[in-house]
Design a protein around this ligand. Structure first.
Ligand SMILES: NC(=O)c1ccc[n+]([C@@H]2O[C@H](COP(=O)([O-])OP(=O)(O)OC[C@H]3O[C@@H](n4cnc5c(N)ncnc54)[C@H](OP(=O)(O)O)[C@@H]3O)[C@@H](O)[C@H]2O)c1
Length: 247
């Protein structure tokens, strides 16, 4: 389906703030029908009210049952899912010696298991319709050796490998799987770390705007390219080029 967003049903996890919210707003501008998922339903409903055709569904994506319920509710409402954006995520910014297993389990459930379960839930739907697009939001930290963020980066590195393999496995079905790697972005992420602090990794870089990362996500949807890597600061790069949505 790479090529246009008009009327496309796009399910976005973690749409209550930051990159997910900015992506919901951008795709709605481009004519898509966003389905917003997160735990804070009050925020989702407020955002959805401002966007034509948007639907909000409360889901804690660490719970596989709630992921399946999210997909089933979207299907009941729209009858199809054209794009899945696995964006919900949380950081854990501590040297590995200080990381508790409980915290690592929690972010692994969110950053790795949840996208896996969501992909498993939407793939049969997309396959039946002859194709679809999945965008998994990773992190630039998974492409570096960055002391202080090793366990967080490891959850994203696992997501990278899963996504690259899924891309190969799903190619015959016309389902495109892409990865987007944000660099430091100005969102609530840095205040909502599972443990640790921003000083442990990524400090000193000029943050990108969530809108800029949303543009990278839309670019991945429209081009179907395997990986969109957002450059690191300190200089803010030129505005991202989004391909013509009617192309
Ligand atoms: N900001 C950065 O510097 C940066 C850099 C690289 C990669 N990233 C990645 O970008 C993605 C988006 O992060 P962001 O920067 O936009 O951070 P954010 O503003 O904190 O957004 C995180 C989103 O995830 C949702 N979420 C968290 N736990 C959830 C759960 N259990 N179930 C459902 N939703 C959940 C949050 O909603 P609720 O709390 O309402 O559930 C929120 O909407 C993440 O995958 C992150 O790892 C961010």
């Amino acid at each position: 389906m790479a090529g246009h967003l008009d009327g496309k049903v796009v399910l976005i996890t973690g749409a209550s703030s930051g990159i997910g919210e900015a992506t919901a707003r951008l795709i709605a501008e481009q004519g898509a029908l966003p389905v917003l998922a997160a735990r804070r339903i009050d925020r989702l409903e407020k955002i959805a009210k401002e966007l034509d055709g948007a639907l909000s569904i409360q889901a804690d994506v660490r719970d596989p049952k709630q992921v399946h319920h999210l997909v089933e509710t979207t299907m009941k409402h729209h009858g199809r899912i054209d794009v899945l954006i696995n964006n919900a995520g949380q950081g854990l910014h501590l040297p590995f010696e200080q990381v508790s297993l409980a915290d690592l389990v929690a972010i692994t459930e969110l950053n790795f298991y949840a996208p896996l379960v969501a992909m498993q839930a939407v793939v049969p739907i997309m396959r039946e319709r002859g194709g679809g697009v999945i965008v998994n939001v990773s992190s630039g930290s998974s492409r570096m050796v960055l002391p202080g963020v090793g366990t967080y980066a490891a959850t994203k590195a696992a997501l990278n490998m899963l996504s690259l393999v899924a891309r190969e496995e799903l190619a015959p079905d016309g389902i495109l799987v892409s990865l987007v790697y944000p660099s430091v972005t100005a969102t609530e992420f840095h205040e909502k770390l599972r443990a640790g602090s921003m000083g442990s990794g990524g400090g000193g870089l000029t943050p990108h705007s969530p809108r800029y990362v949303a543009e990278a996500i839309v670019r991945a949807i429209l081009t179907g390219e395997a990986e969109v890597v957002i450059p690191h600061g300190p200089e803010r790069p030129e505005e991202m080029e989004i391909p013509d949505s009617e192309a």
